[in-house]
Design a protein around this ligand. Structure first.
Ligand code: FMN
Length: 196
């Protein structure tokens, strides 16, 4: 008997069409271990600015929030790829996490891994630190290691957004294997039932 294969949801903290972080998640989705599946959440732009009045007026939250919450609830793990804006996580990502920290609390006890790509030399170290702080506050079970900081992102992907750096590809495959292991380690047995 083995556990049901885990499913990972990828969330990029950038709305940019040619986002390096979205490219990184696409590469991650093809780097998961054989018994793991992953897809990307593509409609973060539909999450409105957090507003407690709107929260009170719409039980269950606005449609863009409900969809995100449901996608996360259906996943066994969440992989967040964050850009770095002014040495912290971007506002669109923090905004979404603020919504998610409220009704449903889908981040509580959820296995999460963070990585990130930036054009700068430090590869989102500070953004990831601030993201981890927020995720811990929301009760997420954040994978402590390995870490993956992608610096000089413009050198890692080709013109079509495909990962073209073999060393980074190897690190990404190890990272995804570790995340699948982390999900298995921290998920209670009744959430990943055995299959024959
Ligand atoms: C408002 C703003 C602030 C930024 N601040 C930083 C920063 O503090 N450190 C850094 O390495 N890059 C910084 N950048 C560069 C982004 O990390 C870079 O544009 C990255 O590619 C964005 O991610 P994306 O390609 O997924 O959209 C900043 C970009 C913007 C637009």
């Amino acid at each position: 008997m083995t556990h049901r294969p885990p499913h990972i949801l990828g969330l990029a903290g950038s709305l940019r069409r040619a986002s390096w972080n979205r490219h990184l998640l696409h590469a991650a989705a093809t780097s998961v271990p054989a018994d793991t599946t992953m897809d990307l959440y593509e409609t973060l732009a539909e999450v409105p600015l957090f507003d407690e009045d709107q929260e009170l007026a719409t039980p269950g939250g606005p449609p863009g929030v409900r969809r995100l919450r449901e996608a996360i609830a259906a996943a066994d793990g969440l992989l967040i790829a964050t850009p770095e804006y002014n040495h912290a996580l971007p506002g669109v990502l923090k905004n979404a996490l603020d919504w998610l920290s409220r009704e449903g609390q889908v981040l509580d006890d959820l296995p999460v891994a963070v990585l990130g790509a930036s054009s700068g030399p430090w590869g989102t170290r500070l953004a990831q630190a601030s993201l981890r702080q927020v995720l811990h506050t929301c009760g997420a079970l954040v994978m402590p290691s390995p870490t993956l900081f992608v610096a000089h992102a413009e050198q890692r992907f080709d013109a079509r957004g495909r990962l073209c750096d073999p060393a980074l590809q190897a690190s990404l495959s190890r990272f995804m294997e570790s995340f699948a292991g982390w999900i298995d380690r921290v998920t209670p047995d009744d959430r990943l039932p055995d299959v024959a």
